[in-house]
Ligand binder design. Structure first.
Ligand code: SAJ
Length: 458
């Protein structure tokens, strides 16, 4: 099939689609194309997810407005189905790939999931089909990994047997469907004609700008936009550490700095977690290192430094805690610490790369005992009290604790009764890792406190 024939099929919505990887990106994408009338096949390796999806039940945790009902609608109408069998892809005209692309402990992407998909896809790839990688990948990956692997596994050359591009997703847990519909997307094609064909496809589900470009630019934009955010957050965190040291209040400093034109200082905090921001700067760095024969050609200083600053924030929280406990006449070793919040983001149940995980590890190394509460994370919504069947609330967990450490700005925590907490805690220490409360509030409650980015006013 020529690109022109494929375009016509896309315009008529006759093109048969497939989405490989039905996770937090692949599933909503599959549902949205199916809702527009495309025949969509989802390929998913986990059989239990396949079964759930075919039963119209979303396997995605957390609140995703509209997803459950949309999935039920498109599966019940037979517009979308899930399978684990790659043979089912042999009649597909367009294949979107949405698998995870994590980095390892050395910040190198192994692309294991992506490579497995490409190895299995090649042999069944229909002549003239379009393959689009939606996963976030390092600059150069389409050229140096995806294209050669697909040519090898399909036994044919690009353009002779398939067309190739990448269109990075810009979703955020809790807003999957609305982000997919309303956020602009960079559409990277291996040729301009491929990019134009991809724009025709995505126009069916995206109401915002679709910017056609080449594959490397699309890879650069996605990893850069998240590296940008990581550097911005790191700057705010470094200013917080400066304020702690020189007698300032970063929350006041930030507010006044942002009154200056063209300043948008981000929020300092207890750390940077999630599935995007901690990873994507390393994908950008990896792309550069793969391309630059000699590391000195492009000495990456700012991006790795920002990662180091953000990764140090949970340790800064542990230091603030140790200092506050000393003031209250308590050692950290042997103390019982209540950690408030384990998700990486406020009002989310997502714990991937959570700063709280790093803090808990640090506290345990410092011989503290840790109890965790999080209203959204099932295992931490409050331990069942043996004596009664009600879940142990923050107050009950605080009863024998020597400090409460707020790590996540969940809405529920904004309503904490600080006076009540002070009376419940064995040692009345409170560490505010997200600047949720003012020094005046914490002082009025009689708590020995520390706030991220605020110098001690004892
Ligand atoms: N954080 C700060 N200070 C800030 C902002 C965030 O410490 O000023 C922390 C958060 O607490 C969290 C982490 O950084 O631990 C990440 O927060 P995020 O708001 O960036 O949320 P993510 O990880 O879901 O980011 C996603 C990204 N979207 C995509 O990759 C498509 C990011 O590019 C978006 O900017 C973000 O959603 C968004 O706000 O939409």
């Amino acid at each position: 099939m020529t690109l022109d024939q494929l375009r016509k099929k896309i315009e008529r919505k006759d093109a048969r689609l497939a989405v490989i990887g039905l996770g937090y990106v692949g599933l909503p994408v599959a549902c949205m194309f199916a809702e527009k009338g495309f025949d969509v096949l989802g390929i998913e390796i986990l059989p239990e997810r396949v079964a759930k999806i075919n039963a119209g039940v979303s396997p995605i945790e957390g609140e995703e407005p509209g997803l459950e009902s949309l999935l039920a609608k498109v599966t019940s109408r037979g517009l979308m189905r899930a399978s684990s069998d790659y043979q089912d892809l042999s009649d597909r005209d367009v294949i979107l790939i949405d698998v995870e692309t994590p980095v390892d402990e050395n910040n190198i992407p192994g692309y294991n999931a992506l490579r497995a998909v490409l190895r299995n896809l090649g042999p069944v790839l229909q002549v003239g089909s379009l393959v689009v990688v939606e996963s976030t990948i390092a600059p150069g990956t389409i050229h140096n990994v995806v294209k050669p692997l697909l040519e090898e596994s399909s036994g044919r050359k690009l353009y002779k047997r398939f067309y190739l591009g990448n269109c990075p997703e810009r979703v955020m847990p809790g807003k999957l469907l609305v982000n997919l519909r309303t956020m602009s997307r960079v559409v990277g094609g291996m040729t301009p004609e491929t990019a134009e064909t991809m724009v025709l496809l995505y126009r069916h589900i995206v109401q915002a700008d679709l910017d056609p470009t080449d594959s490397v630019t699309a890879e650069l934009v996605k990893t850069t936009e998240n590296a940008y955010r990581d550097v911005q957050i790191a700057f705010a965190n470094e200013v917080a550490l400066i304020c702690q040291a020189v007698g300032g209040d970063v929350w006041k400093v930030r507010q006044l700095v942002n009154k200056s034109p063209f300043r948008q200082m981000h929020l300092p905090g207890a750390g940077v977690g999630g599935h995007c921001i901690p990873k994507d700067p390393w994908l950008l760095a990896y792309g550069v290192r793969q391309a630059a024969a000699d590391e000195q050609e492009v000495p990456l200083r700012l991006i790795p430094a920002a990662r180091a600053v953000n990764d140090s924030m949970p340790h800064n929280i542990a230091n603030l805690l140790q200092d506050a406990l000393h003031s209250a006449g308590r050692e950290l070793a042997g103390a019982r610490i209540l950690v408030l919040g384990y998700a990486y983001l406020e009002d989310s149940d997502d714990t991937r790369n959570s700063p709280s995980e790093a803090l808990v590890e640090r506290l345990k190394k410092m011989k503290a005992e840790v109890v965790i509460h999080d209203p959204y994370v099932s295992e931490y919504q409050g331990e069942d009290d043996k004596r009664s069947d009600d879940r142990r609330s923050v107050e009950q967990l605080a009863r024998n604790a020597d400090a409460a450490v707020l790590m996540v700005a969940h809405s529920q925590y904004k309503k904490l009764d600080l006076n009540g907490l002070k009376n419940l805690l064995r040692t009345p220490v409170f560490i505010d890792g997200r600047g949720l409360f003012s020094a005046a509030q914490l002082k009025q409650a009689g708590l020995t406190y520390r706030i991220i980015g605020v110098s001690v006013q004892e």
